[in-house]
Write a protein that binds this ligand. Structure first.
Ligand SMILES: Cc1cc2nc3c(=O)[nH]c(=O)nc-3n(C[C@H](O)[C@H](O)[C@H](O)COP(=O)(O)O)c2cc1C
Length: 387
């Protein structure tokens, strides 16, 4: 196994091993990709305060997210088509998360179905819902999540219409890839990926195919989204979903204090400050800049989590020190998965954990639960000063 010391190492292997279409799907933001880039580069603007002569023994990164014990405040974010990044990708990532002691979130747009993931794991996972027009499908998928023992429903609010990512259109993104000449040439260089795919029957959208009626081309994510996702979604409907579900509810994609207040008002257990990893509204500010105003508005009413741009344990530490009770990683674990399957996801988690643990210690803390904003140096006007 190559020596992996950081997430970039995993990315370089990932890029070599995964077909271009799925690499580009992961490694894109919408339009100019400004928000995608700034999600990460804004973390770099925040610096840490080094402390010395502080006892560093017996450290712990363990805490809770929505009342569940976690080994560190990091969950795996829902990522569409994870099973195209690596054969049986959702099952592999869920197993790695379970062994590590962090939550795994399965997307509606997964390749492995809810039932499949439940069958291959032993602890409850979280399920992310896209709200569909088809009410029957919606009711059934919520019921399927309950039957599978899902412990939290994550409702994504920022993708009722799809942001444009140029490369996906140019590549003709689909699951499985269509046998065009360009795809065949590219796939012929990805033998490891191809062998994995030949060895599994899971190659289509597992939660959709065979469960949704009147779907014209279930392989085409973009067409499917345009056809099925409900652009009329509003707070009333979110309340209805809350009632249909009846369990722990996380609302994902909140970027403004006004929306955060609404989420708190309808009784969400947590919100995720997220711009979908820069994949939806290009020109939105980074999530880390959006965090503090939201904490000021609702920090005492609802648990506030954050994703978008996290590539290291230091990024996790910065978000937590600012006040996030938990974080999610998307691309950082997908790189690991595409590079080396389950072992790669585990490696991504180990890397992030080590960086988090050491940085916390250098900042003079032994327990992640005690970390606060005073370990940070934040540039003036970082979160505000916008008209
Ligand atoms: C390839 C890809 C697919 C995604 N698919 C979904 C999805 O199906 N549902 C969802 O709520 N978010 C989805 N997201 C967004 C992630 O849940 C998360 O918000 C984002 O990846 C965080 O940014 P990061 O990748 O910089 O960590 C996706 C992100 C990526 C990169």
């Amino acid at each position: 196994m190559p020596v992996i010391t950081n997430i970039d190492d995993l990315y370089r292997i990932y890029r070599r091993r995964v077909p271009r279409m799925f690499h580009d799907y992961c490694e894109s933001g919408s339009w100019t990709e400004q928000t995608f880039r700034e999600n990460s580069s804004d973390f770099d603007l925040i610096r840490l305060r080094q402390r010395v002569a502080v006892d560093m023994t017996n450290r712990t990164t363990a805490t809770k997210m929505i009342g569940e014990d976690v080994a560190m405040p990091v969950a795996l974010a829902p990522v569409g088509m994870t099973g195209m990044q690596h054969a049986d990708g959702e099952i592999k990532a869920a197993r790695a998360a379970e062994k590590f002691g962090v939550p795994f979130t399965l997307t509606t747009m997964s390749i492995c179905s809810i039932e499949d993931v439940a069958e291959h794991t032993s602890k409850p996972f979280w399920f992310q819902l896209y709200v569909m027009r088809d009410q029957d499908f919606l009711a059934r998928i919520i019921q399927r999540a309950k039957d599978a023992g899902v412990s939290a429903l994550v409702v994504t609010l920022d993708l009722q219409i799809l942001g444009q990512r140029h490369k996906d259109i140019k590549n003709g993104l689909s699951a499985p890839p269509k046998p065009t000449l360009a795809n065949m040439i590219n796939l012929s260089t990805k033998w490891r990926w191809g062998l994995g795919m030949l060895g599994t029957r899971r190659r289509q959208f597992g939660n959709i195919v065979g469960h949704a009626k009147g779907v014209s081309d279930p392989s085409d994510l973009m067409a499917w989204t345009a056809e099925q996702f409900d652009p009329k979604l509003d707070w009333k409907q979110i309340e209805q979903i809350r009632d249909m579900w009846g369990g722990k509810l996380i609302l994902k994609g909140v970027m403004e204090p006004e929306d955060a207040r609404m989420a708190a008002k309808i009784g969400a257990d947590a919100i995720i400050v997220s711009n979908h990893g820069g994949r939806q509204l290009d020109g939105a500010i980074s999530s880390i800049r959006a965090l503090e105003p939201i904490l000021e508005a609702v920090g005492d009413k609802v648990e506030v989590h954050l994703d978008s741009g996290i590539r290291s344990g230091q990024d996790v530490l910065k978000a937590v020190a600012m006040g996030a009770r938990g974080t999610f990683i998307g691309r950082a674990y997908i790189y690991g998965l595409g590079a080396m399957g389950e072992a790669g996801v585990t490696r991504a988690l180990e890397v992030i954990h080590r960086e988090l643990d050491l940085s916390m210690a250098f900042c003079g803390h032994r327990d992640i639960k005690n970390v606060s904003r005073d370990i940070l140096r934040v540039p003036r006007g970082f979160s505000g000063d916008w008209d």
